[in-house]
Design a protein around this ligand. Structure first.
Ligand code: PMP
Length: 280
């Protein structure tokens, strides 16, 4: 079963208009929320970001966030999802194809659950990353459906035998194609500030929070490719992979190909944070 316009329906009963603007223009926003043991992780942060993304493209949520969450929880129960995620998106709706916003289109909300056969974070011991030019637009802070720059980046990594692409604008490292990037130097974390050039990851925020609780200093500042390649440790974060060490970038092996000490501590703290949610 899936969600269409906030109702739980059979997937085969749902039809999307060929002129839906999400389909034709990528005119919409989305979120992915992790499910651990049937429970939503960092749900409020994700819903706030969804509202913000929608607001930034002048789209209002077709249903209140609380009602969307209610339906999503029902869907998780209905589909009996223990570990996985829920994907939801809102498009500006269907209208005769024309670039400006239509006067009377109804935004379309869809959501579905995905169950993990294997925990994706369990397979992320040592990510290999490829550097690539950040060719995306200048509003990467909006979680919009326009993901071609990210898709091309990830494909480039895959084609070359790497797991992820780390983008840079000129000399400045921004983020991964679907992850945020942290470097560790002398026990301190540095990550790109939450500007228009990156997506302000929910996992990024959790990690910053955990680090501060552990008295690990965090600087939200730009850093260069050289700083990335010579860092003591590098790790990436996202809803699906959680906290994953980067052990190789292009041809440079980092930290002898091993997970660094600070990364390991943060992974542990992250797992504890998940346990708290599960046991609540
Ligand atoms: N940056 C980009 C470009 C992403 O697509 C994602 C994943 N949605 C992230 C960062 C990580 O964000 P989050 O921790 O909220 O999953």
């Amino acid at each position: 079963m899936i969600i269409f316009q906030n109702k739980i329906m059979d997937r085969s009963e749902v039809s999307i208009d060929i002129e839906d603007r999400g389909y034709q223009f990528g005119d919409g926003v989305y979120e992915v929320i992790r499910i651990y043991d049937g429970k939503l992780f960092e749900m409020e942060g994700h819903m706030k970001r969804l509202e913000r993304s929608a607001g930034e493209i002048e789209l209002s949520l077709p249903f209140p966030a609380s009602e969307i969450i209610y339906s999503i929880k029902e869907l998780i129960k209905h589909n009996n999802i223990k570990d996985g995620h829920v994907y939801m998106q809102i498009t500006r709706g269907a209208s005769s194809r024309n670039h400006p916003f239509p006067d009377n289109a109804t935004p379309v909300l869809t959501a579905y659950t995905k169950e993990y056969e294997e925990n994706p974070s369990a397979t992320t011991e040592g990510i290999k990353a490829l550097l690539a030019d950040d060719i995306r637009w200048l509003r990467c802070d909006i979680k919009s459906l326009n993901l071609l720059g990210n898709v091309l980046g990830k494909q480039k990594a895959k084609d070359n035998g790497y797991d992820e692409t780390i983008f840079h604008r000129g000399d400045t490292v921004t983020e991964g194609s679907s992850t945020n990037v942290f470097i560790v130097n002398n026990g301190q974390l540095v990550t790109h500030p939450a500007t228009n050039l990156i997506l302000n990851g929910i996992t990024r925020k959790v990690v910053i929070d955990l680090a501060q609780n552990m008295s690990i200093p965090v600087r939200e500042e730009e850093f260069t490719i050289d700083e990335l390649l010579s860092a003591d440790e590098v790790f990436i974060t996202s809803t699906t992979i959680e906290v994953a060490p980067v052990t190789q970038i292009n041809n440079t092996v980092l930290n002898d190909g091993k997970t660094g000490e600070v990364t390991r501590k943060l992974q542990e703290a992250f797992k504890n944070r998940i346990s708290k949610v599960i046991n609540k």
